[in-house]
Design a binder for this molecule. Structure first.
Ligand SMILES: [Zn+2]
Length: 454
């Protein structure tokens, strides 16, 4: 058994953190969560806890990053020349994609996932579509790129939901994949399913899920095949939805309806489905998502980086869609920033304050994300849950003087000092215990961005 003594811990159903909480775990599961004192100085009981690891600051459940494309991290700081938009950014992203193979992807993803661990992320949903070799030729192991991601997460010490993504067409009209996109394609949804069925990672730190890249990339008549595969296997299903108005326009032109309506008509929506972005839904779309209890994953730092816009997040939550958060392009890896952006972006949109409580922000970053990724046993500091503990210092230049309940409005990823995943320490004293994160990021990114030798 391992015991920790958290100076403050944010327990379920509490409006604010509780002081002096003894947390105990065996075999990676929480076995007891015990507040030792009320307000005021610690009682004598605290003094006898000699073997408990002290966690000074605020301890919260592990953060779940529900939407990531690990390799986009190589674009950070490289896409800001000129004006550009989502579509010009996408062509730069494709240039990186053409240079990755299973070895370089392992190195890059390992460093990126270790950066996530440093930020308090204990579980990531990787929306993975870079399946095949150059020109679309499968590797000898057709799931070699998936295997690289699984290994990367293991090295970084975090859990992974591998959202194996069907990416079959180059547009809503079903145009064939061209250029770099050919590496993403399996031909059709049945062949996508056959490849994924052949991939059975046994490791405890990984679970599978399915993804539909978008209505741009999976023809309407094949949507139900992917959704049915996820449903039969009881796995989460994710889909990029209405990130750009152009996607809505193209879908209306081809199918006469919005992307959300198209997904609803083909059985894609439901409580096991997560719509990523949902930046430009109509009022009817919001109702379709909420009534079906479809989850919504918002990625505010990427959405602002790509000039996507701000979605009606409060309205979607009120309509019945549970929220989660993603770092998506990994231009920023900081779920505290993503969480408070829910509130801040809504303020900009409405010119009013006070849309989300701190508990709602915490929930989106923890239990909401884990649920979207198929880990119903993580994201709360409660008996039986996975022993994921993230501790944020309250004595940094950013957090000093901030009440613990205000941490989500003040802390950054740099304030995370300790990260425990399934009972195992991964970050201590603000340092990753096994990965030299800056060095590995630098080297892995140089390997895929350097001018090719000729
Ligand atoms: Zn994405």
């Amino acid at each position: 058994m391992t015991r920790w003594l958290a100076e403050y811990a944010w327990l379920p159903d509490r409006a604010e953190p509780t002081r002096d909480v003894l947390i105990e775990a065996t075999d990676g599961r929480l076995t007891a969560v015990t507040p030792l004192t009320g307000d005021g100085p610690p009682t004598a009981g605290v003094e006898v806890l000699g073997d408990a690891v002290r966690l000074p600051g605020l301890t919260v459940p592990g953060l779940a990053n529900a939407h990531s494309h690990a390799f986009h991290r190589a674009l950070r700081g490289r896409t800001h020349d000129g004006r550009g938009d989502f579509w010009s950014w996408r062509s730069l992203m494709y240039a990186i994609a053409t240079r990755l193979d299973p070895d370089t992807y392992l190195a890059l993803a390992r460093a990126v996932y270790a950066e996530m661990a440093l930020a308090g992320i204990t579980c990531v949903g990787e929306f993975h579509y870079l399946h095949h070799g150059p020109g679309g030729t499968p590797y000898d192991d057709p799931n070699a790129m998936s295997a690289a991601l699984v290994e990367a997460a293991a090295h970084a010490g975090i859990r992974l939901t591998l959202l194996d993504t069907a990416y079959l067409a180059g547009g809503v009209d079903g145009a064939p994949l061209t250029g770099p996109q050919r590496r993403f394609g399996d031909g059709d949804a049945l062949r996508w399913a056959a490849r994924v069925d052949a991939f059975g990672p046994a490791d405890d730190h990984v679970r599978l899920g399915a993804a539909i890249h978008s209505v741009r990339a999976v023809p309407a008549e094949q949507l139900a095949t992917v959704a049915g595969w996820a449903d039969r296997n009881g796995l989460p299903l994710h889909v990029h939805l209405s990130e750009q108005p152009a996607e809505n326009d193209a879908c209306r032109a081809v199918h006469g309806c919005t992307p959300t309506r198209l997904l609803a008509d083909h059985g894609v929506l439901g409580p096991h489905t997560t719509a990523v972005h949902a930046t430009h839904p109509t009022a009817a779309d919001v109702a379709l998502l909420g009534d079906s209890r479809t989850r919504v994953c918002v990625c505010p730092t990427t959405e602002r980086d790509l000039a996507d816009g701000v979605g009606p997040v409060r309205r979607m939550a009120d309509a019945g869609s549970p929220l989660s958060l993603g770092s998506d392009s990994n231009a920023v890896v900081d779920l505290f920033e993503e969480a408070r952006a829910l509130e801040m972006d809504e303020r900009l949109r409405t010119r009013r304050r006070g849309h989300f409580t701190p508990v709602e922000l915490l929930g989106a970053a923890t239990v909401g994300g884990h649920a979207a990724l198929g880990w119903g046993d993580a994201g709360r500091l409660a008996v039986g849950q996975r022993a994921d503990l993230v501790t944020v210092r309250l004595d940094s230049a950013r957090t000093a003087g901030v009440p613990p309940a205000g941490a989500f409005f003040a802390a950054t990823a740099a304030d995370v000092t300790s990260v425990i995943v399934d009972g195992r320490p991964v970050v201590d004293g603000g340092r990753h215990l096994t990965v030299d994160v800056p060095t590995e990021l630098r080297d892995a990114i140089a390997a895929v961005t350097a001018k090719e030798d000729s």
